[in-house]
Design a protein around this ligand. Structure first.
Ligand code: ASP
Length: 324
C-alpha cells in the first residue's frame, strides 16, 4: 500500500513539473473518424488556429477511426493525462451513452472538458443518379424501394447514424444501413452510387452539393440555412417530419486527471482560436457556426453535454433506436 502511495505521489509530481514548461513537444488531437470528413476538417482548422496561442508547438491530428467514434474516444480517455493528447468529438459524446450498449468509456467522468467549438447542420443527400427531384418525390422513392435502399453512415453511434435512425423511424421505413469509418469514405461511395443516401454535415456536403456530385433534399435544422448554395433547401420539419431537429456540435476534451494549469492553457488557446477571423470564415463558409458564448468555458461545456444527454436519451428511446 505504501509503495502505491509513493508511486502515485511521484506520478503527480512528474505531471506537475511538466505543467510549468507545457507545451514543449507536439500535441496530438485524436479524431475518432477517418481523415477528410467533417470532424477531421474542424480538427485540422482548429489545430492551425491553436498553434500560435499554444506557443508555436505543432498540433497534429491522429485519426483513430472506427465504431462510430468509440475506439478513438476510448483511446483518448486512457491516454496519459499530460496535455499532449486531447480528443475532438461531436454530438456522439451525448448520444452514444444511450445509443450504444457497453460504451468503453464514461462521458461524464473519464474526461476533462475544454470547451465547445462549433455547431453544424446536417443535410439529407443522395447519390447523383437519384431519380427524385424534391423531398416529396424522395419520400415516394423511399416508399417504393424500402429495404433495398442502402443508407450510409459513419459507424454505429456517429451523427449520421443517429440522423439516419431518426429518419427511418419518422418515415416508418427500414433501410439497409451501411457503416463506414467516417463520413469521408461514405460520401465517396455516395458520389459513386454504391450507397443511395445519407445524412451528412454541411462541412462535408456543401462543396459536393455545389459541384452537383450529390443531390441535396433537406436540412435537419429547425430553420432554413443562410449559406447561399443551401438556402433553398427545405427543413425536414416543414416537409412534414414534425419535431425533426438534429444539429451537430463539436467539443474538445482531455483525459481525466490532466493538471489544471495545462487545462487552463488549452482552454485559453481554444478561446483564442474560436475568435480567429480566419477560423470563423472557414467554418462559416461550410455552414458551421463557431461557438461564441459561455460554452467556450469548460464548466458550461460539460453542463451543455449533460443537458444534451438528457435531451437525446428519451428521443432515442422513443424511436427505439439502439445499437450494440
Ligand atoms: N461526423 C461524422 C458523422 O458522425 C463522421 C465524420 O466526421 O467523419 O457522421
Amino acid at each position: 500500500m505504501k509503495q502505491l502511495f509513493t508511486f502515485v505521489a511521484l506520478a503527480v509530481a512528474a505531471l506537475a513539473s511538466h505543467a510549468s514548461d507545457y507545451p514543449s513537444k507536439p500535441i496530438s488531437i485524436i479524431v475518432p473518424f477517418s481523415a477528410g470528413g467533417p470532424t477531421d476538417r474542424v480538427a485540422r482548422d482548429l489545430a492551425e488556429a491553436m498553434r500560435k496561442p499554444m506557443g508555436g508547438v505543432s498540433i497534429v491530428v491522429d485519426n483513430v477511426a472506427g465504431a462510430g467514434s468509440s475506439i478513438g474516444s476510448a483511446k483518448a480517455a486512457r491516454a496519459t493525462p499530460d496535455g499532449y493528447t486531447v480528443l475532438l468529438n461531436h454530438i456522439g459524446m451525448a448520444t452514444m451513452p444511450t445509443l450504444v450498449r457497453n460504451l468503453p468509456f464514461k462521458v461524464d467522468s473519464d474526461f476533462e472538458y475544454l470547451g465547445m467549438i462549433n455547431e453544424v447542420p446536417m443535410t439529407l443527400v443522395t447519390k447523383p443518379s437519384m431519380p427524385a427531384n424534391n423531398y416529396k418525390e424522395l419520400v415516394t422513392w423511399i416508399g417504393q424501394n424500402k429495404s433495398s435502399i442502402n443508407l450510409g453512415n459513419a459507424g454505429v453511434g456517429s451523427a449520421s447514424h443517429l440522423c439516419g435512425l431518426l429518419l427511418q423511424s419518422a418515415l416508418q421505413t427500414d433501410m439497409t444501413t451501411v457503416p463506414y469509418k467516417g463520413a469521408a469514405p461514405a460520401i465517396t461511395d455516395l458520389i459513386g452510387g454504391q450507397i443511395d443516401l445519407m445524412c451528412d454535415q454541411t462541412t462535408n456536403t456543401t462543396s459536393q452539393i455545389e459541384a452537383k456530385k450529390v443531390k441535396a433534399f433537406a436540412v435537419t435544422t429547425s430553420k432554413r440555412l443562410t449559406t447561399p448554395s443551401l438556402k433553398d433547401l427545405p427543413t425536414l420539419q416543414e416537409s412534414g417530419l414534425k419535431g425533426f431537429e438534429v444539429t451537430i456540435w463539436h467539443g474538445l476534451y482531455a483525459p481525466k486527471g490532466t493538471p489544471p494549469e495545462i487545462l487552463a492553457k488549452l482552454n485559453s488557446a481554444l478561446k483564442t482560436a474560436l475568435k480567429d477571423p480566419d477560423f470563423i470564415k472557414k467554418q462559416e463558409g461550410l455552414g458551421a457556426v463557431v461557438v461564441a458564448d459561455k460554452r467556450m468555458e469548460p464548466a458550461e461545456h460539460k453542463k451543455f453535454v449533460l443537458a444534451e444527454i438528457a435531451k437525446w436519451s428519451p428521443i432515442i428511446k422513443a424511436a427505439g433506436v439502439y445499437a450494440d
